[in-house]
Design a protein. Structure first.
Length: 142
């Protein structure tokens, strides 16, 4: 096997383009991965944890989240959004027939975090806006 490709963290502009998808599975999976990448960058910067270590399969999303939560860096609605975005992703990634009502409830709970919005026409548009605003809020921690 060759050397693994380096992890990539998109810019906010790239994130907006990435999330312009028609497939809801892709939207939920990619949105969560982008949030996880910015969490890793925060861990690297604030705790000097090498990205190579964070990319190890033994380091799970929950461990990354807990380090940031328990250190006081993740709080309030940003923390809530990060948790909900991961929960939505898990419902799609680990179930053949995800519970749409539970997913809708999770999306309803997402906070816009001050992002400008007019009433989104779909739950997917709200999710997209909230992923972008959560990413932007996390980026300020760098």
């Amino acid at each position: 096997m060759g050397k693994k490709a380096p992890m990539w963290t998109p810019s906010k502009k790239e994130l907006e383009k990435i999330l312009e998808v028609d497939n809801v599975h892709e939207l939920f999976l990619v949105g969560q991965v982008c949030i996880e990448r910015i969490l890793e960058k925060i861990l690297e910067k604030k705790f000097h944890i090498p990205l190579e270590a964070l990319d190890d399969p033994m380091i799970m999303w929950t461990q990354k989240y807990l380090i940031l939560e328990k250190s006081g860096l993740l709080k309030g609605n940003v923390k809530k959004n990060v948790r909900l975005i991961n929960s939505i992703r898990n419902r799609y990634a680990h179930r053949l027939k995800p519970d749409e009502r539970a997913i809708e409830n999770n999306i309803r709970e997402l906070d816009y975090l001050g992002a400008l919005h007019t009433n989104p026409t779909t739950k997917f548009e709200k999710y997209r806006i909230c992923v972008i605003s959560t990413f932007a809020a996390l980026e300020t921690m760098l």
